[in-house]
Design a protein around this ligand. Structure first.
Ligand code: URA
Length: 202
């Protein structure tokens, strides 16, 4: 039965597996730097799930997704459409911080992505909003929409329709909030794209 407890229990199991995941490619890095994996945060019944790339420094130090400079932009964008952060679920493909904030490597994405796949199936969002190029490419390929893949500057703000075992899901690629940290024009683009999300939080 799909009870709150059941979802919480299944998500806790994912957390435990990641915490003890000694074979994960960035586990040794995590232990050496005395930091945390970032599993995800938010409503287990979220209609909208945001998927970023990988934790940065602040996130690895706290174990919370999007709590640094990019997180402040994400919060501002959510505020701009009156969606409380607690209503949505926020996670990343890669659950540990890549050294020096480098891009995640293909084998890292492959190793961590099964956790993300399970998080999607447990939370059953109606909308998956990808943040940045890495999660866009992963999700679009996962849903068999690879033939529609273009650059993020072409794809951002579009609504793609897909099917998953629990029903229909919309995929909305968005720029990564980090692009707006020093660029006000990009923030305006992001704000426009976030307007597309407003209708889906009912
Ligand atoms: N960038 C990401 O992609 N994810 C985070 O959690 C923080 C910054």
């Amino acid at each position: 039965m799909d009870t709150q407890n059941n979802r919480t229990e299944l998500l806790r199991k994912i957390k435990d597996e990641i915490i003890h995941g000694k074979d994960l490619p960035l586990y040794a890095e995590r232990v050496q730097n005395k930091v945390f994996p970032v599993i995800g945060e938010g409503s287990h019944y979220a209609k909208i799930m945001f998927i970023g790339e990988a934790p940065g420094k602040n996130e690895a130090e706290t174990g919370r997704p999007f709590c640094g400079a990019s997180g402040r932009i994400l919060d501002e964008l959510l505020n701009s459409i009156n969606i409380p952060r607690n209503d949505v679920y926020i996670t990343n493909i890669v659950k540990d911080r890549p050294p020096m904030n480098r891009d995640p490597l293909p084998h890292e994405i492959e190793s961590y992505s099964s956790y993300l796949d399970r998080q999607i199936e447990i939370i059953q969002p109606q909308v998956i909003a990808t943040l940045g190029r890495f999660s866009m490419v992963y999700i679009i390929n996962k849903f068999g929409l690879g033939s529609q893949l273009e650059s993020i500057s072409q794809m951002h703000g579009k609504i793609l329709e897909a099917q998953i075992n629990y029903g229909a899901v919309k995929i909305i690629p968005l720029y990564h909030p980090a692009v707006a940290v020093y660029n006000g024009n990009m923030k305006e683009d992001l704000k426009k794209d976030f307007e597309t999300l407003r209708q889906f939080n009912h």
